[in-house]
Ligand binder design. Structure first.
Ligand code: UDX
Length: 435
């Protein structure tokens, strides 16, 4: 197995580092953020990700995984360097590559032997060439390195599972030596015949964007079909079920909701469009998905306002769920953000509860009232809105809810409640395409 340095210990770096250690490699997860490294050294995991604590500790205890604030030393001591730092949305939708290029600089300056440099972060097409150029310029010409694009396909909330049992591993490289090194790194996956796609660097970079943007298109598509269902009294779940049994469509990612959020789809779709615009080739379908997604979040606000006869001033609205999806504490681009902004702007009182994302949303909106249970959040509420499909909201005791609220009005933006049960308990309700 290989000596690996993973630079960047966020959602991608920490999961990838622990996963690579689980594959039997010796892994150093390095980060310039000393506080984050100290937390990890003190056995604390700074992010909410099911199963992450267990896999980190298993590999730390086995001596395969360690943490370091000394990025330069981690690079020097390793055969394979994974770049796993953030690539946030920059100006006009293009990705901000400053952190990636900073790591490339550190690699160039610490290239003391042949290494494979592997970018795990989602980077725009053509970034590989920039990284290779930077490293070449900073290192002495005698020391060789190879570059690999190895994009991640991790979903927050199931990232550990997605890493250990991926649908595919994509390896973009320019020579066999680099590919052979990656075969060693991912040896267990090769043994259990996980599909491994070996291709060029730029093809690998595009595969990531093409995959994510397609998933975003699929979500916006079913959301727009749901909006038609609202108008013709059809059931979007029956539509998506009947669509999904067609093997060409598949039932996955056909769940209508309040719009997609997270740190990936919104950023990756804009980055792909930014690249397409630079290349002078259109990307109308993805443009449409982004526009439809913005409208979907606005539509949820309109639905709630309609339930409240367009007057929430002085009213108490309880939001159940704040994270952009269940099983995460991440609120980036969450539909709950637009909802909170609109309600506060209309002088409503906003009560919120999320099993894990409360603290993150409170940092963003000081005016919201955060509660530690859904029961406390809905007390005396004039309206309840389910914004995230946490399991504890799927099994909501509607009789208890009816007793606690001031008015039995509910917006189920995730279609997780049963309409008949809502009607039986006398609720006025709305949802997404399931009139
Ligand atoms: C996504 C990709 O799935 C993953 O492969 C990539 O590596 C990173 O981006 P993530 O953003 O973590 O993962 O979550 P995902 O489960 O894809 O959901 C993204 C958004 O789409 C969430 O807001 C979710 O609520 C929404 N969604 C997802 C739907 O509205 N409907 C669906 O059917 C599926």
């Amino acid at each position: 197995m290989k000596k690996i340095a993973v630079i960047g210990t966020g959602y991608v770096g920490l999961v990838s580092g622990a996963g690579l250690a689980d594959f039997g490699n010796a892994v150093i997860c390095a980060d310039i953020d000393a506080d984050k490294i100290n937390l990890l050294k003190n056995s604390e995991i700074p992010i909410y990700e099911p199963g992450l604590k267990e896999i980190v500790f298993r590999n730390v205890n086995a001596g395969r995984l360690s943490f370091s604030n000394n990025v330069n030393k981690a690079i020097k001591d390793s055969d394979v360097i994974f770049i796993a730092v953030g690539t946030p949305e920059g100006e006009n939708g293009a990705s901000d590559l400053s952190a990636v290029l900073e790591v490339a600089r550190a690699i160039g300056e610490n290239l003391n032997d042949y290494k494979v440099i592997c970018t795990k972060s989602t980077v725009p097409i053509g970034t590989g060439l920039q990284i290779m150029d930077k490293i070449s310029k900073l290192s002495n010409s005698s020391t060789k390195f190879d570059y690999v694009s190895n994009p991640e396909f991790l979903r927050e909330g199931s990232a550990v599972k997605d890493f250990l049992w991926p649908d595919r591993v994509v390896i973009g490289a320019s020579n066999q030596r680099a590919i052979d090194m990656m075969k060693e790194v991912y040896r267990p996956l090769y043994i259990n015949e996980t599909p491994i796609i070996e291709t060029t660097i730029q093809t690998a970079e595009l595969i990531k964007y093409a995959s994510n943007a397609f998933l975003a298109v699929k979500i916006s598509y079913i959301n727009e079909i749901a909006n038609i269902c609202d108008e013709i009294d059809a059931d979007v779940h029956v539509v998506s079920k009947a669509m999904g049994v067609d093997g060409r469509i598949s039932p996955k990612f056909l769940h209508p909701g309040p719009g997609f959020g997270g740190s990936c789809f919104p950023k990756d779709t804009k980055a792909l469009i930014s690249t397409a615009n630079e290349l002078g080739s259109g990307l109308e379908v993805v443009n449409g998905a982004i526009r439809a997604n913005k409208r979907q979040k606005e539509r949820m606000v309109a639905k709630l306002m309609k339930l409240m006869s367009n007057d929430v001033s002085g009213k108490t609205i309880a939001l159940l769920g704040l994270a952009f999806k269940a099983q995460t504490d991440d609120i980036r681009e969450s539909p709950a953000i637009e909802m909170i902004e609109s309600l506060l702007a209309s002088n409503a009182t906003v009560n919120v509860f999320d099993p894990v994302a409360n603290a993150n949303m409170k940092k963003k909106f000081n005016q919201i009232n955060v509660f530690e249970s859904w029961e406390d959040a809905v007390k005396e509420a004039d309206c309840v809105a389910i914004m995230t499909e946490w399991n504890e909201f799927r099994g909501l005791d509607l009789a208890k809810l009816k007793e606690l609220v001031k008015s039995p009005i509910i917006l189920d933006s995730r279609n997780i409640l049963n309409n008949d049960t809502l009607e039986r308990h006398g609720f006025t309700y709305d949802n997404v395409g399931r009139k």
